[in-house]
Design a protein around this ligand. Structure first.
Ligand SMILES: Cc1cc2nc3c(=O)[nH]c(=O)nc-3n(C[C@H](O)[C@H](O)[C@H](O)COP(=O)(O)OP(=O)(O)OC[C@H]3O[C@@H](n4cnc5c(N)ncnc54)[C@H](O)[C@@H]3O)c2cc1C
Length: 252
C-alpha cells in the first residue's frame, strides 16, 4: 500500500509522501526513505539514504501511543519535494521491497527474542507474587485458577522459545524465508501477549500499578502484534503461500 513516490529528476530523484509510525525519526541522524519508483499496478520501490534532519522531511507530530520505550517515539513524517542524487540510492533501483523483506525477517526474530525476555521477567514477578501472597487462607498459587495461569504461562513461554530457536536455526543455515519469520512472529507475539496479560491478572490491582514493570511490559507487548506486520497480515501471506504450493502441486 506504499503511497510515497520517487520520480526521476535530473541526476537524481524527487520524492513526495507521508508516512505514519516512523519509530525513532525524532533524533535520528540518518534515514531510509522507501518510495514507489514503478507503475502503480506493480510493487516496484526503491530505498534512498538521507541525512537527517533535512529541510524537506518534516515531523508533523509524535503519536501518543500505548507503548513508551522506543527512543524518539513514533512520528508522522511528511516528505515534500525531497531531492536526492543517484548515489544515495541504497542498492539497486526497484529492489526496495525485496531488501525490506530480507531485513524484516531477522528483525522480527530479534523482536521475538527481546519480548520473550520481557515476558519471562513479567512471569517471574507474577510467580513471586503468587507464591508469597495469601488470599482466602492460602497462597494464590494454590488457588487452581491462579496456578493454571502460571502453568499456561510456562507452556506459552516454552513454545515461544522453541519457535524462536527453530527460526534462528533456519537463519543460521542461511535459509530464512519470510514465511518462517511470519510463522514465528505470529506464534511468539500472540503467546507473549497472553503471558503478559495473565501476569497482570495474577497480580490483581498490583498488576496494573506501576509498582512493578509488569504493567509496562503488558503495554509494550500489545503493539508487537501490530508492528512488523499485524498477525492477520502474516496469516494472509502464509495462506497465499499454501494456495500457491497447492496449485503448483495440482499442475505437476
Ligand atoms: C508501535 C508501532 C511502531 C511502528 N514502527 C514503524 C516503523 O518504524 N516503520 C514503519 O514503516 N512502520 C511502523 N509501524 C507501522 C506498522 O507496520 C503498521 O501499523 C502495521 O503494518 C499495520 O498497518 P496499519 O496501522 O496501517 O493498519 P491497517 O492497515 O489499517 O490494518 C488494521 C487491521 O486490519 C487487519 N488487516 C489489514 N490488512 C489485512 C489483510 N491483508 N488481511 C487480513 N487482515 C488485515 C489487521 O488486523 C490490522 O491490524 C509501527 C506501528 C506501531 C504500532
Amino acid at each position: 500500500m506504499l503511497q510515497t513516490t520517487a520520480e526521476r529528476h535530473g541526476k537524481g530523484w524527487l520524492i513526495n509522501g507521508t508516512k505514519a509510525f516512523i519509530t525513532g525519526a525524532q533524533g535520528a541522524s540518518v534515514g531510509i526513505v522507501m518510495a514507489r519508483t514503478g507503475p502503480t499496478d506493480k510493487i516496484q520501490s526503491t530505498m534512498f539514504l538521507v541525512d537527517l534532519p533535512h529541510p524537506s522531511i518534516r515531523i508533523e507530530r509524535i503519536l501518543d501511543t500505548i507503548d513508551s520505550s522506543m527512543p524518539g517515539g513514533h512520528a508522522i513524517v511528511a516528505i515534500e519535494a525531497l531531492w536526492v542524487p543517484d548515489d544515495q540510492v541504497l542498492g539497486e533501483v526497484h529492489e526496495g521491497f525485496r531488501y525490506a523483506q530480507v531485513r524484516l525477517a531477522p528483525a522480527r526474530l530479534s523482536h521475538c527474542m527481546r519480548w520473550h525476555g520481557a515476558a519471562t521477567r513479567a512471569h517471574e514477578i507474577a510467580t513471586d507474587y503468587a507464591t508469597t501472597r495469601k488470599a482466602f487462607g492460602k497462597l494464590l498459587v494454590d488457588h487452581e485458577g491462579v496456578g493454571f495461569m502460571l502453568a499456561e504461562n510456562a507452556i506459552d513461554l516454552k513454545q515461544a522459545e522453541l519457535m524462536i530457536d527453530w527460526c534462528a536455526s533456519v537463519l543460521d543455515g542461511g535459509m530464512l524465508g519470510t514465511i518462517e519469520s511470519s510463522m514465528a512472529k505470529v506464534a511468539v507475539s500472540d503467546a507473549l501477549f497472553r503471558v503478559a496479560d495473565r501476569c497482570v491478572q495474577v497480580m490483581g490491582g498490583t498488576g496494573v500499578s506501576r509498582d512493578t514493570v509488569v504493567e509496562q511490559i503488558f503495554r509494550e507487548i500489545r503493539a508487537f502484534r501490530i508492528y512488523d506486520g499485524p498477525t492477520e497480515v502474516h496469516k494472509w501471506s502464509i495462506a497465499k503461500q499454501i494456495k500457491r504450493q497447492a496449485l503448483d502441486g495440482a499442475t505437476k
